[in-house]
Design a protein around this ligand. Structure first.
Ligand SMILES: Cc1cc2nc3c(=O)[nH]c(=O)nc-3n(C[C@H](O)[C@H](O)[C@H](O)COP(=O)(O)OP(=O)(O)OC[C@H]3O[C@@H](n4cnc5c(N)ncnc54)[C@H](O)[C@@H]3O)c2cc1C
Length: 442
């Protein structure tokens, strides 16, 4: 007699949910995937500016270095399903990939939709039953065991609330009264975080986990631009992109972050790759106090080398006014800001500028300061920092230590990384780990 297949329900058809569904199906489970949107991978579609930076082709050890929160927790999942495994999964299904600067992996077509359709093809091939337009209302938990999910709508089997058995509040459970139950041997929650809620990630997983007694760590937008106090200056600099600069962010005297690369001024503050990454390291601190951003516009030069360079430029413009002698040193939009910060009169003749004034000019150039007052909102954030505490999750299977049969994967967990394909790799690896974890459950 053939044994009936174990039934796994995956909630959320994003990156983590799709990886989990494929892994569970390949491990021999019958898999049902529930997605509230009309299609799978709505967030995946907008990743990498529509090109989808699928992963980073670095050494596995370097993956850990890119993780901002709880890197150690990812040990089993990163090694269990590596960046190379993800690339192989897609390539074996016919998707051509390419690796760009910084080991960033993209589909050769530059179309995120090709990543989604490849994953859909694999899901179909593995026999996963996909339920679109199917919002999951809650989890069906009894006696500390997850029995399935709760769906909107009428059904013969009504849910009346598990109440104290699952350790949840009665008031919380009453919301689920009348929901239809769908049974499963295991449930994987991959509902994402709070960022870009228009793509479907509205924090449902956090609510369910909390109701079941999981701790949710402080949630904050991350990989998100900063607002700056110097409103007039940043407005004047709006649209200016600076390449090859070094930015450092401080909370009081403590350096939180330092990186070399590209940044951008916006109408409200600062953004661009190095500032987005900085937000992941400053997200907690900025809730307590404004942060100090220090930009070195000439990081390749020492203060002395910069002075020599300034002297050389001034030597070629001896009879010019200060304001007209700076265009080799700074982008045009930056010149009024530099002049104002240097305290040197703009009309002063270059040959009248003192050594002390030159020193101040060099100081401003290597230490252009702004006050960062806040992060922009979840609507503009690439990811959510914080989530379900990983202390209550088994890192080898992604199963909850609170509720048997309940698994979590992806951004819903307290895991995040810098830009470069690492956040998707977290989703793929934890999704895969949960999918295989359900199959290995006793
Ligand atoms: C603009 C932008 C660009 C990005 N670019 C990159 C990039 O290039 N590379 C990279 O590595 N990372 C990138 N990221 C981050 C990356 O997209 C996320 O880390 C990743 O999508 C998280 O995957 P997830 O499956 O956990 O969550 P999501 O992708 O958010 O998927 C969650 C899914 O669950 C569904 N859902 C939620 N609640 C329910 C419910 N109650 N019932 C049923 N379904 C539900 C949602 O509709 C959604 O489809 C980017 C993010 C943004 C916003």
């Amino acid at each position: 007699m053939t044994q009936e297949k174990r039934h796994v329900i995956v909630v959320g058809g994003g990156a983590a949910g799709m990886a989990a569904a494929i892994a569970a199906a390949r491990s021999g489970c019958r898999v049902s995937l529930y997605e509230k949107n009309e299609k799978l991978g709505k967030k995946l579609f907008i990743t990498g500016k529509g090109r989808c930076n699928i992963t980073n082709a670095c050494d596995t050890e370097d993956l850990f270095r890119a993780v901002v929160s709880n890197a150690k927790f990812l040990y089993s999942s990163f090694y269990g399903f590596t960046n190379q495994d993800m690339m192989a999964l897609l390539e074996d299904a016919g998707l051509r990939l390419k690796t760009e600067r910084g080991n960033r992996v993209f589909p050769a077509s530059d179309k995120s939709s090709d990543v989604i359709s490849t994953l859909e093809r694999i899901l179909k091939k593995e026999g996963v039953s996909i339920h679109l337009n199917s919002r999951v209302e809650g989890l069906w938990v009894e006696e500390g065991i997850c029995r399935g999910i709760l769906l909107e709508g009428r059904g013969t089997e009504r849910y009346h609330g598990a109440g104290a058995e699952s350790g949840t509040m009665d008031s919380g459970q009453s919301r689920y009264a009348g929901c239809r139950r769908e049974a499963a041997d295991s449930v994987i929650v991959a509902t994402g975080g709070l960022s870009y809620p228009s793509t479907g990630s509205t924090g449902d997983g956090y609510r369910w986990a909390e109701e079941l007694g999981h701790k949710i760590t402080d949630l904050s937008p991350a990989l998100v631009p900063f607002e700056a106090a110097e409103a007039l200056e940043v407005k004047a600099l709006q649209g200016l992109s600076l390449k090859n600069v070094e930015a450092a962010v401080y909370a009081g005297g403590k350096e939180l972050y330092r990186e070399f690369g590209e940044m951008l001024f916006t109408h409200f503050g600062v953004s661009g790759p190095i500032l987005l990454s900085a937000s992941s390291y400053g997200a907690k601190a900025i809730k307590k106090q404004p942060l100090r951003l220090v930009i070195d516009l000439k990081p390749a030069l020492t203060a002395e080398q910069l002075d020599e360079r300034i002297l050389r430029d001034f030597g070629e413009a001896v009879n010019k006014q200060f304001k007209n002698a700076l265009n080799h040193l700074y982008p045009a939009k930056m010149i009024p800001v530099i002049i104002a910060r240097s305290g040197i009169h703009p009309d002063k003749k270059v040959n009248e500028i003192t050594k002390e004034e030159r020193r101040r000019l060099a100081e401003v150039t290597k230490g252009l300061e702004f006050t960062l007052t806040a992060l922009r909102s979840f609507k503009e954030a690439i990811i959510t920092q914080g989530g379900i505490s990983v202390k209550q999750i088994n890192p080898s299977t992604m199963e909850s230590k609170q509720t048997a049969g309940l698994y979590f994967a992806g951004e819903v967990l307290d895991l995040d990384a810098v830009t470069g394909g690492y956040n998707l790799q977290i989703a793929w690896s934890t999704g895969w780990c949960a999918g295989t974890g359900t199959a290995s459950r006793e």
